[in-house]
Design a protein. Structure first.
Length: 95
């Protein structure tokens, strides 16, 4: 039984030593995360506006591409000149 208490005591001592050794870096990491979130908090609404603008821009571009695919491209059409044939003698202009 004495061996059990010796092993248990060594384990408790190891856990306590680890907690004391690692407490500083863990608190530093948590503090830096808190500081970064405090600095970044005012930018969250601006990022939300930017995200909404990006989604709106993507939707507009997709809609324009989709509607452009349904249209025919602008092409010049040659209708030709109508042929009037020989002028009639009755309709001939006189000077």
């Amino acid at each position: 039984m004495a061996v059990f208490w010796g092993v248990l005591g060594a384990g408790v001592a190891a856990v306590a030593a680890c907690a004391v050794c690692c407490a500083g870096p863990i608190l530093a990491v948590l503090g830096s995360v808190g500081a970064a979130s405090a600095i970044g908090a005012p930018w969250v609404p601006a990022l939300a506006v930017l995200a909404v603008a990006a989604v709106a821009g993507i939707l507009v571009v997709r809609r324009r591409r989709r509607s452009a695919a349904c249209r025919t491209p602008p092409v010049r059409v040659d209708l030709g000149m109508p042929s009037l044939g020989q002028p009639d003698e009755d309709n001939t202009p006189t000077d």
